[in-house]
Design a protein around this ligand. Structure first.
Ligand SMILES: Nc1ncnc2c1ncn2[C@@H]1O[C@H](COP(=O)(O)OP(=O)(O)OP(=O)(O)O)[C@@H](O)[C@H]1O
Length: 653
């Protein structure tokens, strides 16, 4: 009698269930990395991009394993060829928007090919001075073009000529430089794959010129893959990349809203997305409470600010405010490449609870282990960044919390995000309650720090001005309005000793000194030579004044000097006004030119955004009116999405 064969349905995401089958060494690699099964995006992309010959546009939530979903097809396609890639020919290129992300992808690829016997033999030889030896079968030889001051373009080229890498991983600018060398070849016979990670960011206007140059150096017949958690934001631009009948792979999260409605989200289920309504001056006390009250204590946290100068300033004042036991590391794009690298590594390898204070430079793609908390003190200027910033926590099925601080006038952002399928709910746990006295205490403590060194006051003034400028550049400009800002409260929030002189404050009639009385002449720089300079300048100015007055003690002389001062003062202010007007004119002209330069698609996209904002405001008003018997005053907490848990994609296992 035939044995009773029971059919056991195989897990379609088991590594050995994927078709085409993965090579033995890849099975070893993924199992050694501790990955029991493929993630949904890896399982979906493999047959199309690895096995098949399709261009792909892949959108899957942050932390869902997109990196391996393109690296596995990449190694598979190159290694299945009959011959190794020819010397100085390139077989694949991966482009990423930041150096840190390019470095991380390079790291993941290197760990992967360490399991491929022939490629792993080559890896140690790449550090030497010798030419890399020829091989009889295909190998993967990666090169990271890291930009900044770590390597020069000449060093990149020299490595390329010596090691003959066949996979380049780079930011756009550095790649353009290398590809412009006549010694670097990407003919159709060798070139297999182009991958754009964080594709929607790479398709932004800022990278347009570089991307065009890169594409012009690559064969038209090639496979291309676009990957991002928000690639659908770039649908209009995708055409520019020259995809051929691309297959769209979308891995979405479904969750149950109150009332049993299933909604689609663009963020992982393991990530709790919250907001806290708080005036500017309550933001730092709220942050301190959040860090104190979260149990267990967040191991790694990321705090986002909107500008590099703000990171520079708060990196100095925050350590005195944070609860004990937290290390603070700062990272932004204007740091020298070496500092950037050092601080990145410091946060990555931190053993005690650490906080990364950063800008959008760290918003995308970075996979820091154990990030439990993301706090957006400043909402991002570009709403696309929002879900990427949040997605630094709650990765690979790990639980995470993301909190965005919104001022009461900014509450339309909540329904705005809901329309964009990134719903946020009020932060319930831990409960944060900040009094004005708490806020005053924090302001005083910041001021204490700032008073110790005049350089910090300079930093604060510069940072505040840059922050205001960035606020005025919010894409959602009708939610974030300069006219709504409470300058006095902001001044206190930043611990300023006075508000800076800036055109935005021309009509401000409050106290520009924010109630601070101090002897400005005695306010010193901590650095001795800087202070010496200041004292010398002060003395010179006093001497000039005395010389000008020349007997200014007489009534006539004093009158004369007062008149001159008054003229100088009003003249100076008239000049300031003129300058501000000229700046505004220039800004308007630039904006008109920018709009002129937009393609029809880009213009349509901007108009879509405006329409979306209008829609959000209308819905918000209607909802509030319905809930409050027809009163449609400006109001924030009108919409709060439920956060059910019936998720399609819960994590990996
Ligand atoms: N099959 C797997 N099983 C478990 N963990 C995995 C698997 N594949 C990748 N990971 C881990 O998941 C984490 C997130 O992966 P990755 O950085 O590729 O995410 P991503 O989708 O590119 O995110 P982002 O959109 O933020 O760039 C990494 O730590 C990675 O090691």
């Amino acid at each position: 009698m035939a044995p009773d064969v029971k059919t056991v349905k195989k897990d379609p995401r088991a590594w050995d269930a994927l078709t085409p089958p993965l090579a033995e060494w890849i099975l070893d690699a993924v199992s050694s990395m501790g990955f029991a099964r493929a993630t949904p995006v890896q399982a979906s992309v493999w047959p199309l991009f690895g096995g098949g010959n399709k261009d792909v546009v892949v959108e899957a939530v942050t932390g869902s394993g997109k990196t391996l979903s393109f690296l596995l097809p990449l190694v598979h396609r190159i290694l299945r060829l009959d011959e190794p890639t020819k010397r100085h020919h390139v077989a694949a290129i991966i482009v990423a928007p930041t150096k840190e992300l390019a470095g991380q992808i390079h790291g993941t690829l290197t760990s992967l090919i360490a399991f491929h016997p022939q490629s792993s033999e080559i890896l140690p030889l790449l550090n030497g001075e010798e030419k890399r030896p020829e091989t009889s079968s295909p190998v993967i030889v990666p090169q990271l073009l890291s930009g900044g001051s770590t390597t020069t373009p000449a060093q990149d080229l020299s490595f390329f000529l010596r090691a003959s890498p066949n996979v380049l991983i780079s930011t756009p600018g550095r790649l353009v430089e290398l590809l412009s060398s006549p010694h670097v070849h990407c003919p159709q016979s060798s070139f297999e794959l182009l991958i754009l990670d964080e594709a929607d960011r790479l398709l932004d206007l800022g990278f347009k010129a570089d991307l065009q140059k890169i594409l012009s150096r690559l064969p038209k017949q090639r496979r291309t893959g676009l990957f991002s958690a928000s690639v659908s934001e770039a649908v209009g631009e995708i055409i520019r990349v020259g995809l051929r009948n691309p297959v769209k792979v979308a891995v979405k999260v479904k969750s149950l809203k109150t009332g049993g409605i299933i909604e689609e989200r663009r963020t992982p289920a393991s990530l709790q997305m919250s907001y806290l309504t708080t005036p500017a001056s309550h933001k730092l006390p709220s942050l301190v409470q959040l860090l104190e009250k979260l149990d267990p204590r967040p191991q790694r946290s990321i705090i986002f600010l909107s500008t590099c100068a703000a990171v520079d300033y708060f990196a100095h004042v925050l350590p005195a405010l944070l609860p004990e036991g937290f290390d603070l590391v700062s990272l932004h794009g204007k740091y020298d490449a070496k500092v950037r690298e050092k601080n990145f590594a410091k946060f990555l390898n931190a053993v005690q609870p650490s906080i990364l204070l950063t800008t959008d430079v760290a918003a995308r793609g970075l996979d820091f282990p154990q990030v439990d908390l993301v706090v957006q003190i400043d909402p991002p200027s570009d709403p696309k960044s929002f879900l990427h910033r949040c997605g630094r926590a709650g990765r690979a099925g790990r639980r995470g919390l993301s909190v965005i601080f919104l001022q009461p006038t900014e509450m339309d952002y909540v329904p705005f995000l809901e329309v964009r399928k990134t719903p946020i709910t009020p932060l319930e746990y831990p409960s944060i309650s900040v009094s004005d006295a708490d806020a005053d205490a924090i302001t005083s403590r910041i001021r204490e720090t700032v008073k110790r060194d005049r350089a910090l006051h300079d930093k604060a003034q510069k940072a505040f001005v840059s922050w205001v400028r960035s606020y005025s550049k919010h894409t959602a400009s009708s939610i974030f309005r300069i006219a709504d800002l409470d300058w006095t409260d902001l001044g206190h929030a930043w611990g300023l000793l006075r508000l800076p002189k800036m055109p935005e404050l021309r009509k401000f009639e409050g106290d520009k000194f924010l109630g601070v009385e101090m002897d400005w002449n005695a306010y010193a720089y901590a650095k001795k030579d800087r202070e010496k300079q200041r004292l010398a300048a002060m003395q010179k100015s006093a001497e000039e004044k005395a010389a000008e007055g020349n007997g200014g003690k007489t009534a006539e002389g004093q009158k004369e000097r007062r008149k001159r001062n008054a003229e100088a003062w009003s003249g100076k202010h008239e000049k300031e006004d003129e300058r501000a007007e000229r700046r505004e004119k220039k800004r308007r002209k630039r904006e008109a030119e920018r709009r002129q330069a937009l393609t029809d698609e880009e213009r349509a996209k901007e108009m879509d955004l405006e329409r979306l904002l209008e829609e959000v405001r209308r819905r918000n008003k209607e909802k509030y009116a319905a809930e409050n018997g027809g009163d449609v005053k400006r109001q924030g907490n009108a919409v709060a999405a439920g956060n059910g848990d019936d998720d399609e994609f819960q994590g990996f296992d």
